[in-house]
Ligand binder design. Structure first.
Ligand code: CDT
Length: 315
């Protein structure tokens, strides 16, 4: 059996602080058209695609309001919605959401080929810190600006079971496994990953390795496709990882971006290839041993972990 879907990752180069929403949306529309010209039926854009990565500055929360969307689509993003519907292409777009009751989330919004919302995912794993930390070359104050989401839903869309995750989520095996237990076949992940990792610079030269390591493992261990899509390049003086990739359930990278700027990669994927892994080595019903995994769902860490002498590093 074959079940084909043509998917694209629309990698972005930097968005500077002075760039307007309208300028950014123009870039998104160009990327969308490029993907559609290559027969893409679904296009993944990165995390916080509409603005610069504003958590690199610490400011009073109200001053950050300009970086959040309060409705979607809105006057600035409507051209993207219109063009996607005209082309019959679905997409996922990352942005900062401020709700009418004043909650702030880092979200991924998926839209189907008819322009209807499939779902809105709220980032679960919020990395970095809350307050200004002078020892850092630049700030990563996501914990100031975003509340965490609490679930990893999946949806039926594009003839597949699809799920979403955002940046730091991709480093956690639970992200993929929770969706894997719901039969996910395509996980879409947008990211902004600075190359420099202030709390432990020994990780800096390994950013590209760790990026693919976790997404390839997540794909293989759950028999799912993964699309990882970056906002890369040098944004406001901070260099971020590119290397967007489309990954097969075998864990192999089937397409990878070669630039650090706006670039579309496209692959025709066969969703039925997920069955090879879900039905053999990773037949969850047959081979998982949930009784041995209880601690994972209990929360907290074990006493023996707390006794470890960990270095006193910020997160
Ligand atoms: N956007 C995002 O989640 N970035 C983090 C950076 C490391 S934590 C300071 C990441 O996991 O890539």
């Amino acid at each position: 059996m074959t079940r084909y879907l043509t998917v694209a990752a629309a990698q972005m180069g930097p968005v500077q602080r002075a760039d307007t929403r309208d300028e950014v949306v123009e870039r998104l529309v160009l990327l969308l058209r490029d993907a559609a010209a290559q027969n893409a039926q679904f296009v993944a854009f990165p995390e916080l695609a509409l603005t610069t990565f504003f958590p690199r500055w610490v400011m009073p929360i109200e001053e950050a309001d300009e970086f959040y969307e309060t409705e979607m689509p809105n006057a600035h993003t409507q051209p993207l919605w219109d063009e996607a519907r005209r082309l019959g292409v679905g997409f996922a777009l990352g942005y900062a959401l401020k709700t009418s009751d004043n909650h702030r989330y880092n979200v991924y919004h998926m839209v189907d080929r008819a322009g209807q919302t499939v779902g809105v995912y709220r980032k679960v794993h919020i990395p970095g810190h809350h307050d200004y930390e002078p020892w850092r070359l630049f700030q990563h104050a996501e914990r100031r600006y975003f509340e965490p989401g609490h679930e990893f839903p999946v949806w039926n869309a594009f003839g597949a079971v699809v799920g979403m995750a955002i940046c730091n989520d991709r480093r956690w095996s639970e992200t993929y496994r929770v969706m894997g237990l719901s039969g996910v076949e395509l996980v879409v992940i947008g990211y902004n990953t600075p190359l420099h990792y202030a709390p432990d610079p020994t990780q800096t030269p390994l950013q590209a390795f760790h990026n693919h390591l976790v997404m390839q493992a997540g794909a293989y261990q759950n028999g799912t496709y993964v699309i990882g899509v970056a906002k890369g390049g040098v944004e406001e003086g901070v260099e971020s990882l590119a290397q967007s990739a489309i990954i097969a359930p075998s864990g192999q990278i089937v397409r990878q971006a070669v630039t650090t700027g706006d670039e579309v990669i496209v692959a025709r994927i066969d969703l039925d290839q997920t069955k090879f892994y879900k039905g053999t080595l990773f037949d969850f019903e047959r081979y998982r041993v949930p009784a041995a995994y209880r601690r994972i769902a209990e929360g907290g860490v074990a006493a023996e972990y707390e006794r470890l002498q960990l270095p006193d590093l910020a997160d």
